[in-house]
Design a protein around this ligand. Structure first.
Ligand SMILES: Nc1ncnc2c1ncn2[C@@H]1O[C@H](COP(=O)(O)OP(=O)(O)OP(=O)(O)O)[C@@H](O)[C@H]1O
Ligand SMILES: [Mg+2]
Length: 263
């Protein structure tokens, strides 16, 4: 796949200078979502002696979520290399959540999605598993509509995520995720409903009030967003230093060449 030319069966989802996302058929049925970070700098491999590849980090967080029963994009493989049209690249392959739509698109259609309590409960399960998302915006949440029953939610795009050694509910990292999410859904629903969903997440009345007040000062972008991200990175690094290394930390079970061709 290049931005201009797709192989048969491939569908382009997003083409930016540094990122290419497309879907293509999987051999055993279903489709794969291929997310390529491309045009990485020439010194990237040296940087990777000290820091893991971004695709690898996403792969590990998604694997962790799957192990903990948190609905997310199922990770299939990750890889890195060099390929002429794209230069130095990293590639993450996940299984497509069939028939799903990103929540940001649905929020623009009044009435398309009315109950976000399952999403807030899913967020709580993610936090209980020790994962901070770092970019919990509606565009990173997929919603699918089964023939019968309520809509289901999947969390995707773990590029700013961290795995902490224990649950993070009640910590600043969990609050950052909740602020990211409620700030963006808050313009589509009354404050009362958002408060009720925060209670479904598991916050008590005073914590709900505090978070809702925090929304007034909250800035989703700019310096404050960088500071929040920096604080989370630092806390995750410190938590890793303090925690005994678990066998899963080094788990790269499916690390290997891309599962599909066409890159
Ligand atoms: N597993 C999946 N199943 C279905 N669609 C997916 C899946 N993963 C990603 N997508 C689609 O690809 C889009 C981009 O994926 P992703 O959010 O991981 O990349 P991104 O470069 O971070 O995008 P953005 O900057 O817009 O958040 C998603 O908004 C979604 O539409
Ligand atoms: Mg995204």
């Amino acid at each position: 796949m290049t931005a201009a030319r797709a192989e048969p069966g491939q569908t382009l989802i997003k083409a930016e200078y540094g990122t290419l996302v497309w879907s293509e058929p999987l051999q055993g049925g279903g489709r794969a979502i291929m997310k390529m970070y491309r045009r990485r700098p020439f010194y990237d491999p040296v940087r990777r002696w000290f820091l893991p590849y971004r695709a690898e980090r996403e792969f590990k967080v998604l694997s962790h979520l799957v192990r903990h029963g948190v609905a997310c994009s199922e990770p299939l493989s990750w890889s890195h290399g060099h390929h002429d049209p794209h230069g130095r690249f990293e590639l993450l392959v996940t299984r497509e959540v069939a028939g799903a739509t990103a929540l940001d698109k649905l929020l623009k259609e009044p009435g398309a999605v009315t109950d976000l309590s399952p999403l807030l409960r899913l967020t709580r399960r993610m936090h209980d598993s020790g994962v901070s998302h770092g970019g919990l915006a509606p565009r990173n949440i997929l919603v699918s509509f089964p023939v019968a029953g309520a809509p289901t939610f999947h969390i995707i795009d773990m590029s700013y995520s961290h795995i902490f050694p224990r649950g993070i509910a009640g910590t600043r990292m969990a609050t950052f995720d909740l602020l990211d999410l409620v700030y963006r859904i808050g313009s589509h629903f009354p404050a009362q409903r958002c408060s009720a969903w925060l209670a479904d997440y598991g916050l008590d009345a005073s914590a709900v009030q505090k978070l809702m007040r925090g929304l007034e000062r909250y800035r989703p972008r700019g310096h404050w967003a960088h500071l929040r991200r920096g604080e989370t990175d630092l806390r995750a690094a410190m938590a890793r230093l303090r925690a005994p290394r678990s066998p899963r930390d080094g788990d790269s079970r499916s690390a290997g060449p891309p599962a599909a061709s066409g890159t």
